[in-house]
Design a protein around this ligand. Structure first.
Ligand code: GLU
Length: 442
C-alpha cells in the first residue's frame, strides 16, 4: 500500500493539517505593494463617476482615441472569424512586421523568431523577469536588478516577485534624473542579473541622449567581460514615439557589443493610444536573445497563450499605417509639455526639469512639507509631511489627481507625478487649482 508521502492524493497526515489562522493569501502576493499609479487612476475615475468635478492627471494614458484604421483592422478580423487560438508568441506575419520595424527604426538586429507579443509592456516585463531571475538557494545572496530611480512603480515588485533584489541607482532633478556611466559601473557586481533602463522615462519625463546610452552600453560591455557575464539589459521603450525636447530616441539594443544581451520592451499603449487593448512585445537578438524569447514563450504558454487573436491585424496596421496620427499626437504632447512646464515654473515651491519625452512632469513639491492644507470640498485641512499627504489633500480638497512619488523610489518621495496626456484647458484649470491649494497652505 502506498504511503501519504508516495501518494500526493492520500489524506495528509495530522501534522500537515491547516494551521490556525485559516484561509490566507500567498506571502509573496500578500506582501506585494499595489500599484499606486493604478490606484490613483482608479480613484479619480470612481470620484468622477460619483459626479465630482475631478481633473485627473493620474493615468499614464493618452486622451486620444485609437486611430480609426487600427480599429477597422480589428473589426474586419473579428467579422472574418479570426477568433481562434493563435501561436503563443504571436502570428508569424505580425512578428515579422515588428521585427522589421525594430530593425529599420531602432537598428536592433532582430528577427520574427526573436519577438514575443504579450498583453502589454507590463506583461512582457513580468515574463522577462521570471525568465531571468532565480530564487536564491538557502544561504545564497539574491541576484540583483539594477534600477535607476525614480522609476515606474511596477519594476521593483516585478523584479522582487521573480526572486531578484533591487539595487537602486539614485538620480536627481538637477541631473534630469539620469545616471552616469560611473554610477552604473559602481553598481554592477557578480550578482547583477539585469539592468533596467527606461528612456523616455515614466515618471521623470526626461530622456537619455544617444551618446549617454552608448556610454552606458560600454560599461555593460566591459562588465560582461569581467564581473557580470550573465548580465542582461532590459530596455523599456514604451514612450519612444513621444519625444519633443530635441533629443533623438535611441535604442541601447542597437549597440553591437551588447545587442545579444539586450531585451527591448515596447507596446502599442502609448504611441498609438491603445492602452485598453493591452498589447506589448519584447525583442531579443542573436543566440541568447532567441533562447530568452523561447523561454518567455514557454511561460506565456502556461500563462496566457496568445493575446486576443483579432488584434494581430490591428497591430500591423498601427505599426505600418498610422505615422500621420502618431505625429499629430506627438505634436500635441509637445505643446502640452511646453504649457505645463511654463505653468509649473511659476508654482511657488515647485522644482521641475523640462520634460523632453513621454507625457509626465515630476515636480519636487517638498518645499511644502511641514505645512497644513486649507481644507475644502467638505474635508478638513491636514498636515502635509510627504508627497502622499500632498496628493491626498490635493485630491480631496481640489479634486486634482496627481500620483504621489514615493513608490517611484529615490528622490521620488519628494515629488508628484503629473500625466499631461490631457487637454491644455485641463492643464490650465488643474494648475489654477494647484495654485489655489498652495496659496492656502499654512
Ligand atoms: N503605465 C501607466 C502609468 O504609469 C499606466 C498604469 C500603470 O501600468 O502603471 O500610469
Amino acid at each position: 500500500m502506498s504511503t501519504a508521502a508516495a501518494n500526493p492524493s492520500a489524506p495528509a497526515p495530522a501534522t500537515d493539517l491547516p494551521r490556525a489562522g485559516g484561509l490566507s493569501i500567498s506571502k509573496r502576493v500578500a506582501e506585494m505593494k499595489p500599484s499606486v499609479t493604478v490606484a490613483f487612476m482608479n480613484r479619480a475615475k470612481n470620484m468622477k463617476a460619483q459626479g465630482h468635478d475631478v481633473l485627473s492627471f493620474a493615468a499614464g494614458e493618452p486622451d486620444f482615441d485609437t486611430p480609426q484604421v487600427v480599429k477597422d483592422a480589428a473589426i474586419e478580423a473579428l467579422n472574418k472569424g479570426m477568433t481562434k487560438y493563435m501561436p503563443t508568441l504571436g502570428d508569424p506575419e505580425t512578428k515579422k512586421v515588428l521585427a522589421e520595424k525594430l530593425l529599420k527604426e531602432n537598428g536592433i538586429p532582430t528577427t520574427a523568431d526573436h519577438i514575443a507579443i504579450s498583453a502589454g509592456g507590463k506583461h512582457s516585463l513580468y515574463v522577462a523577469c521570471q525568465c531571468l531571475f532565480d530564487f536564491p538557494a538557502p544561504g545564497e545572496a539574491p541576484q540583483e536588478g539594477i534600477l535607476p530611480v525614480p522609476a515606474w512603480v511596477s519594476y521593483a515588485p516585478i523584479i522582487e516577485i521573480a526572486g531578484g533584489k533591487v539595487v537602486e541607482i539614485q538620480t536627481d532633478a538637477a541631473g534630469d534624473f539620469k545616471i552616469t556611466p560611473e554610477q552604473l559601473k559602481k553598481a554592477i557586481t557578480h550578482r547583477t542579473r539585469a539592468f533596467f533602463i527606461n528612456s523616455p522615462s515614466n515618471p521623470c519625463g526626461t530622456m537619455y541622449t544617444p551618446a549617454e546610452l552608448k556610454a552606458l552600453a560600454q560599461v555593460i560591455a566591459e562588465a560582461a567581460k569581467t564581473t557580470a557575464p550573465n548580465l542582461v539589459v532590459v530596455s523599456d521603450e514604451l514612450y519612444e514615439k513621444i519625444v519633443y525636447g530635441g533629443i533623438e530616441h535611441f535604442s541601447i539594443g542597437s549597440v553591437p557589443e551588447i545587442a545579444e544581451r539586450t531585451l527591448t520592451i515596447n507596446g502599442l499603449s502609448k504611441a498609438y493610444a491603445m492602452t485598453g487593448w493591452r498589447i506589448g512585445y519584447a525583442a531579443g537578438s542573436g543566440a541568447f536573445g532567441k533562447k530568452l524569447i523561447d523561454a518567455m514563450g514557454v511561460l506565456q504558454g502556461q500563462m496566457t497563450t496568445n493575446i486576443t487573436s483579432f488584434t494581430y491585424p490591428a497591430i500591423r496596421t498601427a505599426i505600418t499605417k498610422t505615422a500621420a496620427e502618431v505625429e499629430k499626437m506627438r505634436q500635441a504632447f509637445a505643446e502640452r509639455a511646453g504649457v505645463i512646464h511654463a505653468r509649473l515654473a511659476k508654482v511657488p515651491g515647485f522644482k521641475c526639469p523640462k520634460p523632453t519625452g513621454a507625457f509626465y512632469a515630476f515636480p519636487d513639491v517638498s518645499a511644502h512639507f511641514g505645512k497644513t492644507s486649507p481644507g475644502g470640498n467638505g474635508t478638513a485641512g491636514r498636515k502635509i509631511n510627504s508627497a502622499m499627504d500632498f496628493c491626498e489633500a490635493l485630491l480631496a480638497e481640489q479634486y486634482v489627481a496627481f500620483v504621489p512619488g514615493e513608490d517611484f523610489g529615490g528622490c521620488g518621495k519628494n515629488c508628484a507625478r503629473i500625466s499631461f496626456a490631457c487637454s491644455i484647458d485641463q492643464i490650465n484649470k488643474g494648475i489654477d487649482r494647484v495654485e489655489t491649494f498652495i496659496a492656502g497652505l499654512r
